[in-house]
Design a binder for this molecule. Structure first.
Ligand SMILES: C[S@@+](CC[C@H](N)C(=O)[O-])C[C@H]1O[C@@H](n2cnc3c(N)ncnc32)[C@H](O)[C@@H]1O
Length: 227
């Protein structure tokens, strides 16, 4: 049987639903508290979208945050348990969907903005998100992605694009079976945007106040192909 890293990502999330919900809701991830939560919310609200789809929404914290600011927001995630947990918080709309199911036909609506907050770790699955953007976004729509900063991983992996071993280092011991993830250098991220009808994305590098280094990278791309 061949090894499929994309399935491994989904299977790993299935096994780690409870610890992930606790880690997010009990504020266990320091960089999120210090930097990255505020950074993604600020990047979104700066553009004043009326409607947002949060792709790979997990337990739904960002959907709740945006709904609280008056933004019509839909969260989608492939893990049913995340979506059920998010729905119980009584804020926002949610659907169980895999990235490769994203289309106007499936969603029945378009959005001013697509947001992916630390949810794009695959290869083909990430490409399928980019391929769907033209039909999921309104004209002049925006794609905002926050992810691991490529420079923070050059010590651990070769600088070339490809699958690397995952780890739950820094997370509680309840987490198990880390998934591999697909490393993309900066140029590969930019190429995904420009090959999918976006202008050259704006890049934000939110700094960790303790280390002074970027805690993440945020890409903000304006879609131009379906205007
Ligand atoms: C690191 S979590 C981030 C969750 C959330 N965006 C946040 O900021 O807390 C990654 C999320 O992506 C989801 N995900 C991964 N692959 C997916 C796929 N192919 N389709 C839909 N969701 C996926 C996982 O289930 C998980 O909830």
């Amino acid at each position: 049987m061949s090894y499929d890293p994309e399935s491994k990502i989904i299977n790993s999330w299935k096994k780690n639903v409870d610890p992930w919900i606790r880690a997010v809701r009990d504020h266990e991830i320091e960089t999120r508290q210090l930097v990255t939560n505020k950074a993604i919310v600020d990047a979104i609200l700066y553009l004043s979208p009326k409607s947002v789809i949060d792709i790979g929404c997990g337990e739904g914290w960002l959907v709740r945050e945006l709904v609280g600011r008056g933004v019509n927001t839909l969260g989608i995630d492939v893990i049913r348990e995340f979506v059920e947990s998010a729905k119980k918080e009584n804020s926002g709309r949610y659907r169980v969907l895999n990235y490769d199911e994203l289309s106007y036909q499936t969603l029945g609506e378009r959005f001013d903005m697509i947001v992916c907050n630390f949810s794009l770790f695959g290869s083909k699955s990430v490409e399928s998100v980019f391929h769907s953007t033209a039909e999921v976004l309104n004209p002049n729509g925006v794609l905002v992605i926050q992810t691991l900063h490529p420079d923070n991983h050059q010590g651990e992996v070769s600088a070339s694009e490809g699958w690397v071993e995952g780890s739950w280092s820094g997370f509680s011991r309840e987490f198990c079976d880390p998934a591999p993830w697909y490393y993309r250098p900066l140029e590969s991220w930019i190429k995904l945007f420009t090959d999918s009808g976006f202008e050259m994305p704006k890049i934000i590098e939110p700094a960790n106040p303790i280390t002074g280094k970027p805690a993440s990278i945020i890409f903000v791309g304006n879609h131009v192909a379906n205007c």
